[in-house]
Design a protein around this ligand. Sequence first.
Ligand code: FDA
Length: 305
Amino acid sequence: MSKVLTNTFSSLSRNQIANKLAKKYGLKFGASRFVAGDNISDAVKHVRALNNNGMAAMLNYLGEFVTSEEEADLATENCIRTLDAINKYGLDCNLTVKPTSLGLDLDKEVTLTNLKKILDVAKEYDNFVRVEMEDYSHCQVTLEIFKELKAEYDNVGTVLQAYLYRTEKDIDDLNRYNANLRLVKGAYNEPPNIAFPNKAEVDESYEAIIKTHLLNGNYAGVASHDPKIIREVIKFTKENNISKGQFEFQMLYGIRPELQRKLAENGYKMRVYVPYGIDWFGYFMRRLAERPENVSFVLKNTIKK
Ligand code: FDA
């Protein structure tokens, strides 16, 4: 049953008609548990509250399925406005962005140009931008873009996914760039010829890439809600004298807030991923696909309305 629900939510997340309809009708079905609002003022409020509780944040202006340069330009403008707001309100917060929202399905060069516009503004504000990793079909081109950007900018990072077989090699390759990497298990439904099909194998690969990346002396964003992984990272960094300044924990807005607070109280850098904007549907469906137990929560919210 759980597998059926996971597949259903995964395919809904990619359904362009559902995504377009959702944009029109605003946050529904309890999506506000995971999405901080549809405008920048709401997002700023949530980030400020996190900062007041000793946590950093990263803002993501939600967007996927961009099919024209105009839409990609608009997303770029919204990213720049987000950086402006972070600077204006003095927030402890950086920016995280999906390359398809900036035109990756249209053209690599368009995406590069848009990312450079964003990175120029971020540099002016002494801020940092992370280029996220989406499904496998975008993996190679995203890494090429990251490497091109890294030759010009210090304030850029990207993401590697533990479920892909190729990631072990990518960790070694990106070591040459001293890459600041967010490391995740992986959120997309990938076939067994490119990704580990079993959770235990993904978890094992995840631990391994985190350790390699840290031992290589690079900065890691350990992006997971898995208490076992978090305990292991704490133990490993203590045993290997890796300072708390070389990594941060990252979690999604609305997931395990008590663990987020506890880590911050214990002196670990805790950065919360705060998504906002009208294009909330695909993101929300992926959160349900990760944990179909959230469906009962959605149903309760739907019935209440
Ligand atoms: P796992 O799935 O094993 O879950 C461990 C525990 O966490 C669960 O038992 C549950 O308690 C809790 N949990 C996890 N997901 C939950 C949910 N949706 N609702 C409620 N509880 C939940 N992926 C990607 O492919 N590209 C990317 O760029 C990113 N970026 C990113 C940023 C940040 C800050 C985070 C935290 C995650 C991502 N991801 C991502 C998603 C990531 O790949 C992965 O799908 C999720 O983090 C779930 O995996 P966990 O490591 O949390 O472990």
